[in-house]
Design a protein around this ligand. Structure first.
Ligand SMILES: Nc1nc2c(c(=O)[nH]1)N[C@H]1C(S)=C(S)[C@@H](COP(=O)(O)OP(=O)(O)OC[C@H]3O[C@@H](n4cnc5c(=O)[nH]c(N)nc54)[C@H](O)[C@@H]3O)O[C@H]1N2
Ligand SMILES: Nc1nc2c(c(=O)[nH]1)N[C@H]1C(S)=C(S)[C@@H](COP(=O)(O)OP(=O)(O)OC[C@H]3O[C@@H](n4cnc5c(=O)[nH]c(N)nc54)[C@H](O)[C@@H]3O)O[C@H]1N2
Ligand code: SF4
Ligand SMILES: [Mo]
Length: 907
């Protein structure tokens, strides 16, 4: 599709579940200008650092451009035929349970719908699961137990109406930055209180009136204690409980068993006065929202954690009311859409259930199939176990990178390597998972795709095509439908476009819906037999679909705003009443021992997205935190002899990784934290999921990513190097010589190496490698310079008199002194920066340090200097002095942290 110049097209951000509206315009460099959509109700024009950098990640670099069979280019016809034939062959020989799909919350609803229809409706197995198993499945299970349906009752506006916001297991500042900003703004105008419940002191604590650093996994005990406290202090809403709920007695009895403050204190490790202050504030604040995310879901007691939260909201009647509701925030852009169309192995599409014969009959009739799966399929980890045991012989992985993101990732790689037939659809050419693919299928990426996504507040937004597809990339729904046709199910997959699929899906949501009476009251509160009802969208023409503004479901009339659900006290259970669930506290699965004395927590950083296949393309996003790291307390660093910024070896019962030590006040002693973003494509030994065991919640099957027993020790090394290159190096041989991590920069790549070999050997090896890499260009004015200065050897390779690559090797390198190195590529020898490389002195004006504010390009040293020299005492003063934080605002919490840390040191 050709793109009219200067036309701003509305779409939705590629990243988190906030689902911000964007406007984008193609420029003549083939990339995009991106800005916030001021009319979108999620963000009203604001974007965070990731949203603002979207334009940097839509180029052709790194894209998978053609289908491949066994690493050889193939035509679409060949590749699709191969997939269809192999799947049919396996089904014929071993039965339908021998094949599986593993899909993703990053698919559009239309893609997801078709994948689920093919597997559950026509292949006849329910072996389709999604990475939402790792993300939202405990919330899904908790919602279903309490409400009878997987429903998020509230909306974003509730964050602005609440008197008290509890953020538990959520680092909103980094993971849902626009929601964080909405709360911060509300706090400034309405003075609502914020409590953060998280073992770590995260940047989210920037807006906290109270931080409860509970011990990992102890949420249920804390919330049971709250339920008991509410009962004891006569703060239960008895009218509401009587009219709208069932099961309080059992839940209360369980809560009382360990609900006294002393027991809560013992289990959570919190201070008694803090616990009481929290309970009292909750009891006194009628308008309360609890926002929760992976610190709750990713746990062996995840579903109970969710229900313990829903219990205290039900006990006070605070569900689905303005400013008063539990609020599970979704992670991926379409985590919610996937749940709607039945992406999880234990659900059918449109919130219908396997164990409801009416539902299965209605679906069979609607899809015109006599082969609908009759029972839930295998959940993610069980699915990979079944490949290992030989039960599953063919898997199709779409829009997810399980070789990095599933627990025990080394084992997952072995399983994929041994699986007889692996198909991977991805937009990128190189991922850890693709390295095991028999067939690789090039999917369109975010900027080329067209369809819909649903955000955390049930709002369906259009994602629109912004750029033409590179190479032969195709929409995921098209790829799946073509395979379905070739497998013999053509009549059911004959879609002309994504609007056809959306229409079919919306029709499906109306199956068996009872006549809706009084569905929407004046307060926007809705009562429906199955709340996921899109009957107002079933008649959309293709044109209306393409123009559709955001719609919040249920949508029984086009464009009707349905902001909240369940506020009238009617629920989707058979009795119409919400269910209290008795939630007994269970500890985390792993215990620390003298051999593994610390608990590893894992999660996200502000500027990277998951396995970095896309955010890793952006130099700006790669600068904020540029290496895999381990955050640890100063006490633990001392105890285990770890110096700041050195490499630390982290070992668990499953494996070991090497991470850069970051001493930080965020972790309590005994706990460490690492982000999970780095993969074999970006580091030799920094893939954190290598360490994590697959302990799961018994109901949801969600893994416990946040509590792994580990040991740490310093990594002895003989030499270190920083290397910049214009082209991506082949890293295959590098691992045998040094541990490495790589980072995208404006003009190329930056590698950090740590080696067991002495500096001269590392130097010789790197120099030989670089010249080999460039051998084809020999004679094109190539020039090498090697210099020894300050116990460091420096090397530069010039081509046509400009730096092509360069490195510095030393026994001990202070990396941050060389930040200017990023900028050297392409500069001539005469440039003062290049001269600095050889003199060993940092050039003037390049003492900026690690980037903190990605928008205004302000580095750590500039900010530190402003705080110290200009005596800035507030974030506002730092912003005024340096411009940091005046762009998207995502770095404001970090400015606050820096300010506090420097002020503490100065005292
Ligand atoms: N920048 C960025 N944003 C993202 C993503 C990304 O990759 N990068 N991914 C998106 C996705 S898919 C998701 S699911 C969301 C996740 O968003 P979040 O859930 O906010 O992010 P996490 O960092 O996984 O973990 C949240 C917090 O849980 C805390 N925690 C650990 N154990 C416990 C515990 O036992 N109890 C409590 N109460 N807290 C605990 C951790 O310390 C951590 O601060 O982010 C989305 N947004
Ligand atoms: N240790 C630890 N591990 C975790 C977590 C944690 O907190 N700690 N969190 C877990 C959670 S909540 C999540 S959601 C997962 C995320 O883990 P993954 O889903 O594995 O991570 P992504 O990097 O988002 O993988 C998406 C893949 O799809 C590709 N892709 C992007 N868009 C498209 C598209 O439109 N079509 C196709 N076909 N491909 C596309 C990308 O290039 C990439 O390879 O990680 C989980 N793993
Ligand atoms: S908060 Fe940031 S990453 Fe999430 S949708 Fe909005 S702009 Fe995108
Ligand atoms: Mo997620």
């Amino acid at each position: 599709m050709s793109q009219k110049e200067n036309t701003w097209i509305k779409s939705t951000c590629a990243y988190c579940g906030v689902g911000c509206g964007i406007e984008a315009r193609a420029n003549n460099r083939g990339t995009l200008e991106v800005r916030g959509d001021s009319q979108h109700p999620a963000n009203f024009g604001k974007l965070c650092s990731k949203g603002l950098a979207l334009g940097e990640t839509v180029g052709i670099e790194g894209r998978l451009l053609k289908p491949q069979i066994n690493q050889q280019d193939a035509s679409w016809e060949e590749a699709l035929a191969d997939v269809a034939e192999q799947f049919n062959r396996v089904i014929e020989q071993h039965g339908k349970e021998a094949v599986a799909f593993y899909v993703s919350g990053q698919l559009l609803t239309e893609d997801y719908y078709v994948a689920n229809k093919l597997m559950k409706g026509f292949i006849g197995s329910a072996n389709i699961d999604t990475n939402s198993r790792l993300c939202m499945s405990s919330s899904v299970a908790g919602h279903k137990r309490a409400f009878g349906a997987d429903i998020v009752p509230g909306c974003y506006e509730d964050l602005e109406l609440a008197d008290l916001i509890i953020l538990t297991g959520s680092n909103l500042a980094w993971c849902h930055p626009i929601l964080f900003q909405r709360i911060r703004d509300a706090k400034n105008t309405r003075k609502c209180k914020v409590i953060v419940i998280d073992p770590r002191r995260t940047p989210t604590c920037d807006i906290a009136d109270m931080h409860l650093p509970l011990l990992p996994g102890s949420d249920v005990a804390l919330f049971n204690g709250l339920l008991a406290f509410l009962s004891e202090s006569n703060a239960l809403d008895l009218d509401y409980i009587g009219a709208s709920t069932e099961g309080l007695d059992l839940a209360l009895a369980t809560a009382f068993r360990f609900g006294d403050i002393e027991s809560v204190q013992a289990v959570t490790g919190l201070d008694k006065t803090q616990i009481l202050a929290f309970y009292q504030l909750f009891a006194a604040s009628e308008k309360t929202v609890t926002v929760y995310s992976q610190g709750v879901n990713q746990s062996t007691s995840g579903t109970d954690k969710v229900n313990s939260i829903l219990n205290y909201h039900l006990a006070t009647g605070r569900v689905g009311k303005p400013g008063s509701t539990p609020f599970s925030v979704t992670g991926q852009p379409n985590a919610m859409g996937g749940r709607e169309v039945g992406g999880l192995a234990n659900m059918l599409a449109a919130h219908m259930d396997f164990d409801n014969p009416e539902h299965t009959q209605q679906i069979s009739k609607f899809w015109q199939t006599d082969n609908l799966a009759t029972a839930p399929g295998l959940k993610a980890i069980d699915m990979f176990n079944a490949i290992e045991s030989g039960q599953i012989k063919a898997i199709w992985i779409i829009a997810t990178n399980p070789a990095v993101s599933l627990p025990d990732s080394k084992r997952i790689e072995t399983i994929l390597a041994n699986c007889p037939y692996v198909v991977v659809s991805d937009c990128m050419a190189d991922t850890d998972t693709l390295r095991h693919a028999n067939v690789a299928l090039p999917a369109q990426g975010w900027s080329e795709k067209s369809g819909t996504v649903t955000n955390s507040e049930r709002r369906i937004s259009r994602q629109r095509r912004l750029l033409p597809s590179p190479g032969e990339a195709k929409p995921d729904w098209w790829i799946i439908s073509e395979v379905a046709k070739k497998m013999g199910f053509g009549y059911a997959f004959d879609y002309q476009n994504e609007a056809d699929i959306f229409r079919e899906y919306t029709q499906m949501t109306t199956l068996g819906q009872k006549e809706v009476t009084d569905s929407v009251s004046r307060h926007g509160v809705c009562a429906l037999s199955r709340p996921l009802n899109l009957s107002g969208l079933t008649e959309l023409t293709a044109k209306q679909y393409h123009q559709m503004p955001p719609q919040q479901w249920p949508v029984t009339t086009y464009n009707q705003p349905t902001t909240r659900l369940f506020g009238n006290g009617e629920f989707a259970t058979p009795s119409g009443k919400a269910q209290f669930i008795a939630t007994g506290y269970r500890p985390i699965a792993e215990t620390t021992t003298p051999k593994y004395p610390l608990l590893l927590n894992s999660g996200r950083i502000r500027d990277h997205w998951h396995t970095m296949t896309r955010s890793g393309l952006s130099p700006r996003l790669s600068e904020h935190i540029s290496e895999p790291y381990l955050a640890l307390s100063a006490q633990d660093a001392e105890r285990y002899s770890i110096n700041p910024n050195t490499l630390v070896k982290v070992t668990s019962r499953k494996g070991e990784v090497l991470l850069r030590a970051r001493l930080s006040r965020e972790c309590q002693s005994g706990q460490v934290f690492a982000p999970f973003h780095w993969s074999n494509c970006t580091t030799s030994m920094g893939k954190v999921d290598t360490l994590i065991a697959g302990h799961r919640d018994p109901l949801s099957g969600q893994p416990e990513f946040k509590a792994t027993a580990v040991s740490i020790e310093p990594l002895p090394y003989q030499s270190e190097a920083l290397l910049i290159t214009q082209d991506k190096l082949a890293t295959v041989g590098m691992s045998s010589h040094a541990h490495w991590t790589s980072q995208r920069t404006n003009s190329g790549y930056l590698f950090r190496l740590t080696s067991q070999h002495p500096p001269e050997q590392l130097h010789a090896w790197l120099a030989a490698n670089l010249t080999n890499d460039q051998s084809s260009d020999q004679g094109k004015g190539q020039q090498l310079i090697t210099i020894e200065a300050n116990n460091e050897s420096r090397y530069a390779l010039f081509q046509n008199n400009r730096i092509h690559s360069a490195f510095i090797v030393s026994a001990d390198l202070y990396h941050s002194d060389y930040d200017y190195l990023y900028t050297l590529i392409g500069r001539p020898l005469s440039d003062p920066l290049v001269q600095a490389l050889f003199t060993g002195k940092a050039p003037p004006g390049h003492q900026n340090g690690r980037l903190v504010c990605a928008c205004k390009q302000v580095g750590v040293k500039t900010i530190e200097q402003a705080i110290r020299a200009k005596s800035c005492c507030s974030v506002k003063e730092i912003s005024d002095a340096t411009q940091a934080g005046t762009g998207c605002g995502s770095c404001l919490p970090e400015l606050q942290l820096m300010l506090e840390e420097i002020q503490i040191k100065q005292v």
